[in-house]
Design a binder for this molecule. Sequence first.
Ligand code: SF4
Length: 429
Amino acid sequence: MSEKITDVVCPYCGCLCDDIELEIDDGVIKDTENSCKISHTKFIDFMQGSERNKEPMIKENGEFVSVSMDEAVEKAANILANSEYPIAYGWSSTTCEAQKLGIELTEKLGGVIDNTSSVCHGPTILAEQGVGYSGCTLGQVKNRADLIIYWGCNPAHAHPRHLSRYTLYPRGFFTRSGERDRNLIVVDIRKTDTAKIADEFIQVDPNQDYELLAAIRTVLKDGDIPEEVAGVPADDIKHLAEVMKDCKFGVVFFGLGLTMSRGKFPNIDNAISLVRDLNDYTKFVIMPMRGHFNVAGANKVTCWEARFPFAVDFARGYPRYAPGVNTVVDVLGNKEVDSALVVASDPASNLPGTAFKHLQDIPTITIDPHLSPTAEVSDVFFPSAVSGIESEGTAYRMDGVPIKLRKVMDPPEGILSDEGILETIIEKL
Ligand code: SF4
């Protein structure tokens, strides 16, 4: 029987759009409304993908064999119990409830827990901790912002509804004419699809963002700048500073183009400081474009439970925080950890070669809805329910607003949520 479910939250990117409509027929999602292309693909193709495994598996003589849940839990608990310094990594595409259990498990084991922000917005968090920041909700942006700046990010591809739900196109309380009431500026190293629809595009030389930010701050303080900085003519920089000063409510959204280019966290420190300087003239805020749907939640839950947002080490029995020492790339690359639990993430697809090599060499347990490349190199694989579709929970939007994820259908028989699998492993330990 066909049914329509409304107000579903999309568990894909940090926008957490909560107006998705699904048409479900006989337990299969047939169509979506209000979704972007990525979201539609997640609801339709991801749910029905042929690589979806429905049984736990353990590796024997280099080959996966299907086993019962009890056998897989026994094997996983054995690996973790016999490990001296395990890492629990991932956590950005699962619920806050599962993240909380991950911290409990890591503390019991005396291991290290890290989330994917250590390879994306880790520098943002370090800078925010260093200098504080002026932020707001996406609702405030929709209702008030008349100047939108995207710096080092391309929401047209990575967060496709960001512009239509929150920034450029929606009509807000003080921005009743929508797009006509707003000015869109993009700063990037190339003319992205977001830049193509912007009112102004500033092309900065690769790895020169810090210099450009510093030049704008210098102009704001009536200082002199060279004829050209970071490939941008001085007149354009002065014009940009004037536009920023003259708006009523400005916002800088930034992505990995700023966090992961040369400079890293000093880039963000400088961007936050620019926004602070602009508040001498007008209202200005700054917000990171968080990628995975609950990477912001991973930082919050880790802070509540273990005092720090990522890279928390329990080896001495209490939480210690040392990004660059106990972050995933370091503890794997330096061959420090002797087992790994990967939850809702695919580090095999994006870690540096040395870190990935060590992940292959140590016993690894993966919890994921699909047999991902990380699952392929693991010793134990638990297929899990898709968070936010087959299991409910809580996630944090990129602006720090918690959103309740809905369960809209049952997972395949015998498949537990991430939370359920972690609870079973903890009980076994
Ligand atoms: S913008 Fe992000 S959260 Fe919104 S529908 Fe698209 S993928 Fe989902």
